[in-house]
Design a protein. Structure first.
Length: 272
């Protein structure tokens, strides 16, 4: 399989499985766009294994195999071929990719987080690492803000996917904060958007915004097209958060989705 064929496959996957990513990266030059799609495809593979229906021991074996594959020449697997080529073209840190796998393994072993400090450590692995990997492609060395931005997007994902995560047996909202706001896991199971739930989620949303604002300091270190791409991601996530708030944080019937027109308006608006 050639690199061009592999990149075509990961870009197809990105368009199919991650429309927010696809809308954002369309703004990048071809070489950067393809590299970001390869990073996404790797992260998607990790998520699919961790969230899939296989027995836990088989999931662990597959994630271990993904980690091992990072340290040897790629097989005839489009994702691995594209990622290997991207790693030759851009200084994507090995540690960030291994951290992604570690985050997938953590999902097999931990389903609750006692405090935000614990949750933050998880977010750094599964999303902060994506930011660190991507910033190498964008052409900046501002790793700290790239990681912060990744954490911000993950925090918004957690708010959006409460029901889906519950069905997978996971609650990412910190246990001490659930207790502090008087929200029980039974409320999540029953889909009760009570006043206590809305207060809890308002607190979570405001924290996500703080991380998002801090992470957007990354823009000052990027070229114009990379900055436009990153700000578009941020705009799409900020719009998703706004939709969640507009629904009174009732995310129990499924996550809110932005229309294609809304996404195109955000892309066209440029810097958020």
């Amino acid at each position: 399989m050639t690199a061009d064929q592999a990149y075509a496959e990961v870009e197809r996957l990105t368009r199919k499985r991650a429309r927010n990513f696809a809308y954002g990266i369309m703004l990048l030059p071809r070489d950067k766009r393809r590299a970001i799609a390869a990073i996404y495809a790797f992260a998607r593979r990790v998520d699919d294994v961790a969230d899939g229906d296989l027995p836990a021991d088989e999931k662990r074996a597959r994630l271990d195999e993904l980690a091992a594959a990072l340290d040897r020449p790629p097989t005839d697997d489009a994702m691995l071929v594209a990622l290997a080529d991207a790693r030759q073209r851009f200084p994507i840190p090995d540690g960030a990719l291994h951290a992604l796998v570690a985050g997938g393994i953590q999902d097999l072993e931990q389903t609750r987080y006692a405090t935000f400090a614990e949750l933050h450590g998880y977010c750094r692995q599964v999303a902060g690492a994506v930011g660190v990997a991507c910033v190498a492609v964008y052409g900046s060395d501002d790793i700290e803000r790239a990681e912060t931005l990744g954490v911000a997007l993950q925090l918004i994902n957690i708010l959006r996917d409460v029901r889906e995560d519950w069905e997978l047996g996971r609650v990412y909202l910190p246990q001490d904060e659930l207790a502090s706001f008087g929200v029980a896991e039974d409320d999540i199971a029953a889909g009760r958007a009570t006043g206590a739930w809305r207060a809890l989620m308002t607190f979570q949303a405001e924290r996500a915004r703080v991380y998002l604002q801090d992470g957007l300091g990354l823009l000052s270190s990027l070229d114009s097209r990379s900055a436009l791409c990153v700000s578009t991601f941020a705009g799409l996530y900020r719009a998703t958060l706004g939709r969640i708030e507009a629904r009174g944080f009732d995310v129990f019937d499924g996550p809110p989705h932005l229309s294609t027109l809304t996404k195109l308006r955000i892309v066209g608006r440029g810097l958020w």
